[in-house]
Design a protein around this ligand. Structure first.
Ligand SMILES: Cc1cn([C@H]2C[C@H](O)[C@@H](COP(=O)(O)OP(=O)(O)O[C@H]3O[C@@H](C)C(=O)[C@@H](O)[C@H]3O)O2)c(=O)[nH]c1=O
Length: 185
């Protein structure tokens, strides 16, 4: 398992080893002990799985506020997506900065996102599936979102001149400057 620390403290890009043979491959998609050996011991309690039918579907930027903040371990089950985490921790030296990575079925990469980040993604292929572990249960009363195309964050989304598929909630999300930010570093 290759574990790469990123420039924003707490974010990790993880590439599990794949054991290929004539049947296909085998891979450990999460191993608590291995991550604990790198100082990250997260008690994941919920797994999420969603399918996005069209290219250019955007979900996010989302977070859950304390006391139900969530760390997430994100991977792509089918297709290809651009996954993004935004540092929303007030006082963080990288506050407001974002990191994005292509996660695909083929590359098997995973993004580990601690509490205090906004998370979102854009699909790059039809029928793309995302699967992610969460460290707290869904708590709709703590659910929040920020506009995915907020100019203050300035995410360089890979697809530009297409009609994005976005939920009504995400279309009407507040800006990064205006959202009720519960996170500190
Ligand atoms: C997130 C979530 C949603 N739901 C329900 C609520 C709603 O009726 C339906 C669809 O919810 P949403 O529109 O919020 O789904 P979606 O836009 O896919 O929301 C997700 O986006 C990504 C980027 C994240 O990081 C996740 O934490 C989550 O916020 O599913 C649950 O039952 N449990 C959950 O954990």
């Amino acid at each position: 398992m290759d574990i790469q620390k990123l420039d924003i403290a707490g974010l990790l890009l993880i590439t599990p080893r794949r054991f290929g043979d004539e049947r296909g491959f085998f891979s450990e998609s999460w191993n608590r002990k291995v991550l604990a050996g790198h100082g990250i011991d997260i008690d994941f309690v919920q797994d999420n799985h969603s399918l996005s039918k069209t290219v250019g579907t955007v979900r996010g930027l989302h977070f859950q506020a304390p006391p139900h903040a969530q760390a997430k371990l994100v991977r792509c089950g089918r297709g290809r997506l651009f996954d993004v985490a935004v540092d929303a921790r007030k006082g963080s030296p990288t506050f407001g900065q974002w990191f994005g990575a292509e996660l695909s079925f083929d590359n098997g990469k995973q993004l580990l996102i601690p509490e205090g980040f906004l998370h979102g993604f854009m699909t790059l292929e039809p029928d793309t599936e995302i699967i992610y572990k969460c460290s707290d249960y869904y708590a709709p009363e703590c659910d929040g979102s920020v506009r995915f195309d907020d100019p203050d964050i300035g995410i360089d989304w890979p697809l530009k001149d297409i009609d994005f598929t976005v939920s009504a909630k995400d279309r009407d999300a507040p800006s990064f400057a205006d959202f009720d930010n519960p996170f500190t570093f």
